[in-house]
Design a binder for this molecule. Sequence first.
Ligand SMILES: O=P(O)(O)OC[C@H]1O[C@H](OP(=O)(O)OP(=O)(O)O)[C@H](O)[C@@H]1O
Ligand code: HPA
Ligand SMILES: [Mg+2]
Length: 161
Amino acid sequence: MSNKIQNPEKNFPVTWEELHRNAKALAWRLADHAKWKGIIAITRGGLVPAAIIARELDIRVVETISVKSYDHQTQGEIRVLKAASAVEDGGKDWLLIDDLVDTGKTAAHVRKLLPHAHFATIYAKPAGRTLVDTFITEVSQDTWIFFPWDLLPVSYLQIER
Ligand SMILES: O=P(O)(O)OC[C@H]1O[C@H](OP(=O)(O)OP(=O)(O)O)[C@H](O)[C@@H]1O
Ligand code: HPA
Ligand SMILES: [Mg+2]
């Protein structure tokens, strides 16, 4: 069953620089918490934010949980392709990192698997906002966020080959 996002009205492209600044801001918010056992990145979108946060908080243990929900802008069934195998106690004292929460389906699914982990994202849309413990920037539900890893860097276009 697929749930087509109704052509989001607003495009919100994010540059590497903005992403980096926001990921650092998220790390600083998380720095006050007790000592984290490690980070669980929700792949693939959580990988880059998790890398930045791991460096900023000096966390060296980084696990992954692999979850697929979207094909381009169309949401399908949630599929966990790989579990976070080394994580115990339902994720207690672990940081779960994703790039964003949209409908909240991914977050709800992962929360069931790791109910005690602290869930943090850079961006949040209203439908999923209550499912994350910490986020930096809220955007409206009718916005589609374009991450820099899915965009062609402008500078590449300026290089003559
Ligand atoms: O709140 P939701 O509506 O569930 O959407 C949020 C999820 O969708 C995207 O992942 P996606 O499934 O596209 O895979 P990706 O991380 O590999 O891009 C994004 O990275 C979140 O994990
Ligand atoms: O707004 C979005 N941008 C990129 N990926 C996404 N996955 C769900 N919503 C989004
Ligand atoms: Mg994802």
